[in-house]
Design a protein around this ligand. Structure first.
Ligand SMILES: *Cc1c(COP(=O)(O)O)cnc(C)c1O
Length: 227
């Protein structure tokens, strides 16, 4: 891991944007095709406010309760970012989740799809989490289960599946993530899903080269999370 550049959130944001632009150049992509989702989990609302002031507009949280609390605190100050739920969702938290979050990245079961459709008043944007690597400890549906899940979603008008999401196995070498990201891109094309949420602090450059439309970046923007 490279050292954090100096300069607080603005300096770190500039460094991340440079890396995004460099990866886009290598891949022949337009930088506007990549949404930077700043992962603010573990950080207080004040840190999110500073990031907003630095120009970030999309934030990711992996817990419903933490995300709704921060979203309310910011809304009270007139700040309304795009909120992404990047973590696994339990069926009993679906109602607050669809009320707070603009897009859900980690839907991975038909049961959850149905619960979301039942709790929603308007179409819910979402991505399906795929366990590409097959690690038993990971959330996400197996690639083989994807056609069935997408078939179920087509009968639920309020469940608007727009893309796929994955988390690559932890590794010090970002190149280890490439086959996982490439497979997710193939699955997205195969099923006509335009959005790909993949890439974190350690491997987002590779994810962009493989077609990521959403990169989920925490530590490179905020620093190491407080314990
Ligand atoms: C925490 C988290 C991230 C961000 O990880 P960093 O290494 O801090 O960039 C991305 N995606 C998910 C699903 C996460 O839980």
């Amino acid at each position: 891991m490279t050292a954090q550049p100096a300069g607080g959130i603005s300096g770190r944001l500039a460094a991340v944007r440079e890396r995004i632009e460099a990866a886009c150049r290598r891949a022949g992509r337009d930088a506007t095709s990549v949404t930077l989702v700043a992962v603010s989990k573990g950080w207080p609302a004040e840190a999110v406010t500073r990031a907003w002031e630095a120009g970030i507009r999309d934030f990711g949280e992996n817990r419903v309760q933490e995300g709704t609390a921060k979203a309310s605190a910011l809304a009270a100050a007139g700040i309304r970012p795009v909120w992404h739920l990047i973590g696994n969702l339990q069926t009993n938290k679906v109602r607050p989740a669809v009320q707070t979050f603009d897009i859900l990245h980690a839907v991975d079961s038909e049961r959850l799809l149905r619960a979301i459709a039942a709790a929603a008043d308007s179409p819910v944007r979402m991505m399906i989490e795929v366990n590409v690597s097959g690690e038993p400890t990971k959330h996400g549906i197996a690639p083989a289960g994807l056609p069935g899940l997408l078939h179920a979603a087509r009968s639920l008008p309020l469940a608007r599946v727009e893309g796929l999401m994955t988390v690559a196995p932890l590794s010090p070498d970002p190149e280890d993530s490439r086959p996982v990201f490439r497979r997710l891109g193939d699955l997205g094309r195969e099923h006509g899903l335009p959005l790909l949420s993949m890439g974190m602090t350690g491997d987002f450059d590779v994810a962009i080269e493989e077609g990521a439309t959403h990169v989920r970046i925490g530590r490179a923007l905020f620093g190491e999370r407080p314990a």
